[in-house]
Design a protein around this ligand. Structure first.
Ligand code: PNS
Length: 166
């Protein structure tokens, strides 16, 4: 069984993430979507890991062979635990590349047990980011074109709350 792991903060999941999930699942027998802590984003977190996982489960309900988990350790430990052969990451613009390159190379230096596969974001999602979605919501903007309806619903409840990451 070929298992892929798609890690990310997913704070919150966007239509861009869903596009990557739908495309990545075609490359594997099973795709694990792994909600994780990004240390550099903890101060801007809107949802806890569990809340993000719950939302992902809700919006991925109809998608076969996809499982949602969360972890708060190292990515490479999660890869080992779930026996993934590849990590999947989405790339939007050239500005994503430097960070992705560093992360993939750093992890590869520690373990060469898996490869990182990059999927180019579809054109219509190439500008969508969770960070901008949170900012839009906090200032009362309409995010419904960029995220699933369940996320719109939960963001309305959370817009004035800054939550802890775990
Ligand atoms: O959606 P993001 O914020 O770009 O995802 C980044 C994420 C969560 C995949 C990355 O921060 C991560 O792998 N975190 C787990 C901890 C870890 O392994 N850090 C070392 C990366 S070299």
């Amino acid at each position: 069984m070929k298992i892929g792991l798609f890690p990310g903060s997913f704070d919150p999941v966007t239509n861009g993430h869903l596009d990557i999930i739908n495309r990545a699942k075609e490359l594997f027998d099973r795709l694990i979507v792994a909600v994780a802590v990004n240390d550099s984003k903890t101060s801007t977190a809107m949802f806890t890991l569990r809340e993000r996982q719950k939302l992902l489960k809700e919006v991925c309900k109809g998608i076969p062979r996809v499982e949602i988990i969360c972890f708060d350790g190292l990515l490479l430990d999660a890869v080992k635990k779930y026996k993934a052969v590849s990590v999947v990451r989405g790339l939007r613009a050239i500005s994503d590349f430097e960070y992705e390159f560093q992360m993939a190379m750093m992890n590869r230096e520690i373990t060469s047990d898996y490869d990182t596969i990059f999927l180019m974001a579809s054109h219509s999602y190439s500008f969508v980011s969770s960070r901008m979605i949170k900012e839009l919501v906090r200032f009362g903007g309409d995010v419904s074109p960029f995220v699933p309806p369940a996320v719109v619903r939960e963001m309305k409840k959370h817009r004035n709350i800054r939550t802890k990451v775990k």
